[in-house]
Design a protein around this ligand. Structure first.
Ligand SMILES: [Zn+2]
Length: 237
């Protein structure tokens, strides 16, 4: 096993409305037992913990996904290894961005993190399933269900990516949340937690996998001029 981040699909592709699932869960899980993603048609937020796959859907329900033929347009997974303990006496996005990224010098590397504890507040959004013809992510982002919960114990899992790669994947933090009772989850927009503990893992390399046999992927056009601004508008938390 290599200490790499395996990513299927690209953020630019989602921005362009290329949302059909192009990798099966069975194939994805060969490349990592932890990760995040979304299902075919941008159907919810996927959280993968120790090979168990969950989907937070647009109704606010969390579903366990056991159909290994389910497909995803976009996902990031990794094998846990070389992990360093992470202790967060207090945590929110400001602390992750200002303290953690700087203290650990993350800015130019891909990093996985997973941390657990009781969260005073968690705010998530969930991508609503789209039907063809698929709109781009920017259009979808303006109309996504948001869910909030207080005093919830759970796990945050996801990645930090250098800004340089911010059109291939989300630059900065991209984190998902799943409660311990597996009833609440989604793409993390905001949170406050104290005495959280977990790990981080700095990757040696990024393995970017493309849906090469998908004719739509081969044909789609990128509007490079507006891409970064659109991603900021769609993905900023
Ligand atoms: Zn997400």
């Amino acid at each position: 096993m290599n200490n790499n981040l395996y990513e299927h699909g690209t953020l630019a592709m989602l921005m362009a409305g290329k949302l059909s699932g192009t990798i099966t869960l069975a194939e994805l899980l060969k490349h990592g037992e932890h990760g995040i993603g979304t299902l075919d048609g941008l159907d919810g937020e996927v959280i993968i913990l120790d090979n168990e796959v969950y989907q937070a859907d647009e109704t606010g329900t969390v579903n366990r996904i056991t159909d290994m033929d389910a497909t995803l347009p976009f996902a990031s997974v990794h094998h846990a290894m070389n992990e360093t303990t992470l202790t967060l006496p207090k945590a929110d996005f400001n602390i992750l961005n200002d303290t953690i990224v700087k203290e650990h010098n993350f800015k130019n590397v891909f990093v996985a993190t997973r941390f657990h504890g009781v969260f005073e507040a968690v705010k998530v959004r969930v991508a609503p399933k789209q039907t063809r013809p698929y709109p781009g992510l920017l259009e979808i982002a303006s109309n996504q269900p948001i869910f909030e919960k207080q005093n919830v114990s759970g796990t945050v899992i996801g990645y930090f990516a250098p800004e340089l790669f911010g059109t291939v994947t989300a630059g900065g933090w991209h984190l998902h949340f799943l409660s311990d009772d597996r009833q609440f989850g989604g793409h993390l927009l905001d949170f406050v937690g104290t005495n959280l503990t977990g790990t981080y893992q700095i990757f040696d390399s990024l393995e970017q996998h493309f849906p090469v046999s998908d004719p739509e992927f081969r044909a789609y056009d990128i509007d490079l001029a507006s891409l970064q601004a659109d991603i900021q508008a769609a993905e900023g938390h």
